[in-house]
Design a protein around this ligand. Structure first.
Ligand SMILES: [Fe+2]
Length: 369
C-alpha cells in the first residue's frame, strides 16, 4: 500500500495547517514533539504551562495545540477549556500518561480532538495529528455550512420565486399577444393595487400578493375568443357574458401555481365582484369580497377607463374619478375608493403621465374590459 509519506506530502501540507503549539512542562519531551512536527512541515512554538500557552496563542493563533495533562498553573484540562472557548477553530490533542487514559477520554467529551499516551511512537503522533486535523476540518466545514445554510436557503427561495414569476410572466405575455389592449394594463393594475394596499397600511406580504394578483388578474382572457376580445365596439349581451368568464378561467389556470399566494388568487377570481353583490363570478357583496379583490377592482376600472380603446379615447382623469366616486358603495368599496383618491392626491399614483384630458370625452364603456 502506498503510504502518505512515500508521496512526500507532509501532514501540514495535507491538512492546510501551518502553526502548532506544543505545551509540556518537560523541556525534553517538548523538543521531541517539536522536531516531529517540524519534520511534518509545521511551524512550531513551545510553552511550558497552560498560562504560557494562552499567552502564545494570544500573540499568534495556532491550528493545532498538543498539550500535556499535568502542568503547573493552568493544567491541560484548564487549557483545553480556554482554547475551546477562545479559539474554537483550534484543534487540541491531549498528551497523557497511560494511567490517565480515562481522564484523556473525558477530555474528548470536553472538546479535545484526540489524545496521545506517553511514551509515544513518532508514527503514532503523526497518525493522531492527521486524524485530529481531519476532524477539525470537518467540524469547521460543518460550522461554515450551518452558518451559510440560512443564506443559501434565502438565495434559493429568491431564485425559485424568480423562476415562478418568469413562468407567470410567460402567461401574461401570451395574453398580451392575443389581446393587445392588455399591453401594460396588467402592470398598471398591479402598480395601482399595490399603492392602494400600502395606503391602507397592509403588510408587505399582502402588498406582494396583491401586486402579483394585479399582474395576472386577466390571465383568464386567454380562454376568451379573439373576435370578442378585440371587437372594436360595444359588446352584445352574449359577448359580455363570454368575456366575463375570464375571472373563473384565470382562477382555474392559476390555482395550481398560486397555492402559496391565496390573496393573489383571490384577486384573479374576484376582481369583477361588486360591492353591492351584483358582480361575477360569485355574487359576493361587501366584506365577503376579499379586500385584495376590492382593491384590484378599483385599480382595474381606473386603468380601463383612462386607457384608450380602438372604439374610444381614454376617459379624462377628472371624469374617471367622478365615476369612481359615483359608484362608491355600489360597485366599489368606499374605503378603497377613498384610499385610491388619497394616493392620487398625495402623488403616490402619478396621473400626470396618463391620458390627455382635453382629447377625450363621453361616458365610460359598459363593464370593465
Ligand atoms: Fe378582468
Amino acid at each position: 500500500m502506498t503510504s502518505v509519506n512515500t508521496l512526500q506530502f507532509t501532514t501540514a501540507e495535507l491538512t492546510g495547517a501551518t502553526r502548532c503549539l506544543v505545551v509540556d512542562d518537560e523541556p525534553h519531551l517538548r523538543r521531541v514533539l517539536v522536531r516531529v512536527m517540524q519534520g511534518d512541515g509545521f511551524i512550531c512554538e513551545e510553552a511550558g504551562s497552560g498560562v504560557q500557552a494562552l499567552e502564545a496563542l494570544a500573540r499568534q493563533p495556532a491550528t493545532l495545540v498538543l498539550t500535556d495533562l499535568h502542568m503547573p498553573e493552568l493544567d491541560g484540562i484548564g487549557l483545553l477549556r480556554e482554547v475551546r472557548q477562545r479559539y474554537p477553530g483550534t484543534a487540541v490533542v491531549m498528551i497523557t500518561a497511560v494511567a490517565d487514559v480515562s481522564t484523556a477520554v473525558s477530555c474528548l467529551g470536553a472538546g479535545a480532538m484526540d489524545y496521545l499516551t506517553k511514551p509515544f511512537h513518532i508514527e503514532e503522533v503523526r497518525a493522531r495529528v492527521r486524524q485530529a486535523l481531519e476532524k477539525r476540518r470537518l467540524v469547521l466545514e460543518n460550522r461554515d455550512y450551518q452558518e451559510r445554510l440560512e443564506e443559501r436557503v434565502a438565495i434559493q427561495s429568491r431564485r425559485l420565486e424568480q423562476l415562478f414569476l418568469a413562468s407567470i410572466q410567460s402567461l401574461a405575455d401570451a395574453l398580451e399577444v392575443k389581446d393587445t389592449y392588455t399591453h401594460g394594463h396588467s402592470l398598471r393594475v398591479s402598480h395601482y393595487s399595490a399603492v392602494i394596499a400600502r395606503t391602507l397600511q397592509l403588510d408587505s406580504e399582502d402588498v406582494r400578493q396583491i401586486e402579483l394578483g394585479g399582474h395576472v388578474h386577466d390571465i383568464g382572457k386567454i380562454g376568451v375568443r379573439e373576435s370578442v376580445l378585440n371587437k372594436p365596439g360595444p359588446l352584445s349581451d352574449d359577448e359580455y357574458e363570454h368575456i366575463m368568464t375570464h375571472p373563473m378561467v384565470g382562477w382555474r389556470i392559476l390555482s395550481p401555481l398560486l397555492g402559496d399566494t391565496p390573496k393573489a388568487l383571490n384577486v384573479v377570481r374576484s376582481h369583477h365582484e361588486r360591492f353591492d353583490g351584483r358582480g361575477v363570478p360569485d355574487g359576493l357583496s361587501g366584506d365577503a369580497i376579499p379586500l385584495e379583490a376590492r382593491i384590484a377592482a378599483v385599480a382595474d376600472t381606473f386603468d380601463a377607463m383612462t386607457s384608450a380603446r380602438p372604439y374610444r379615447p381614454g376617459v379624462p382623469i377628472p371624469a374617471t374619478i367622478a365615476e369612481l366616486q359615483r359608484c362608491s358603495g355600489a360597485q366599489f368599496d368606499p374605503v378603497v375608493v377613498r384610499a385610491f383618491l388619497e394616493a392620487i392626491e398625495s402623488g403616490a399614483i402619478d396621473t400626470g403621465a396618463l391620458n390627455d384630458v382635453s382629447s377625450s370625452s363621453g361616458p365610460p364603456p359598459r363593464g370593465v374590459r
